[in-house]
Ligand binder design. Structure first.
Ligand SMILES: [Zn+2]
Length: 292
């Protein structure tokens, strides 16, 4: 089968095809005619054919262009659909972004209104201090004890320098010669010995108070360090003493009943705000008695 090229669309096809499969040009007629006649008429016929071919070719090209436009139009419509979808996605994205921003603002606002970790830590520390200092339901140690330097910090609940780890919130009821502390259920002498006494003299002084029934009672005794520390406050309120003004200012340093060794006894210095000790012969230490 002989291959020919369509004169309109230039598609290759076979000679026995009647019409071009691409542009429908009448191939059969344009190809196989044998014409005999007047050369002038043949010339005219040829020109007419040529003209017709040209017209058809123009039509074909226009049709191809339209087809091209249609394809392009379909492409554009498709692009438009895709763009619309993308815009919708962007809208969803923008809405989501807005929601996230609102959530962040809400979180920031909540954070500014709620306590920070530091604040919570402070509250926790305060609560722990309160718990340690809450002796309304727990009695302070009243039994004497021999306490070594090593055990001082844990037994007396003081720092290395002898200062208290915490201060008790007192609840004083001041009377003429005594002060009741409802926080500890202890009754204290407001004053104490007029001067510093050695330890033996101190014990004699207390015997005398009990014999005379000082303020109506005969069970006065030397306090433990822990009991003395329950009177200590964090600031120098009474002259230079770390004790309430309700007490006499003379007893700057008080004996406790707790021994440090066979030759020394623990005491509390209200002047320095700390725990210390004196030898049994020390004479600068005062007595302030207590009863439970
Ligand atoms: Zn063709």
């Amino acid at each position: 089968m002989k291959q020919i090229t369509c004169p309109v669309c230039e598609t290759a096809t076979t000679q026995d095809t009647e019409f071009c499969p691409e542009c429908s040009w009448d191939i059969d007629r344009s190809a196989g005619e044998l014409i005999i006649g007047d050369p002038a008429e043949l010339q005219q016929e040829a020109e007419r054919k040529q003209h017709k071919l040209q017209q058809y070719r123009t039509l074909y090209q226009q049709a191809k262009r339209v087809e091209g436009f249609e394809t392009r139009l379909a492409e554009l419509e498709n692009e438009q659909r895709t763009t619309r979808k993308n815009i919708a996605k962007l809208d969803v994205g923008a809405q989501r972004m807005k929601m996230l921003e609102q959530r962040i603002t809400a979180l920031e606002s909540a954070q500014s209104q709620n306590p920070t970790i530091d604040t919570l830590q402070n509250r926790l520390t305060a609560l722990e201090a309160w718990q340690q200092g809450d002796f309304r339901s727990k009695r302070l140690r009243s039994e004497p004890r021999t306490v070594s330097e090593n055990d001082m910090q844990t037994v007396f609940q003081v720092r290395e320098n002898g200062r208290p780890l915490w201060y008790l919130a007192n609840d004083f009821e001041v009377q003429e010669q005594v002060i009741r502390d409802h926080a500890t259920s202890l009754m204290w002498q407001r004053g104490g010995s007029e001067k510093g006494l050695g330890y033996a003299e101190a014990l004699t002084y207390i015997e005398q108070l009990n014999r005379e029934q000082f303020s109506g009672y005969a069970d006065w005794r030397l306090p433990t360090v822990n009991e003395l520390l329950s009177l200590m406050i964090a600031t120098q309120e009474n002259g230079d003493l770390y004790i309430s003004r309700a007490f006499d200012v003379r007893q700057r340093w008080c004996w406790s009943i707790d021994k440090r060794s066979s030759l020394s006894v623990w005491g509390v210095r209200f002047s320095g705000g700390l725990v210390g000790w004196s030898s049994l012969n020390g004479i600068n230490t005062f007595v302030r008695v207590v009863r439970s």
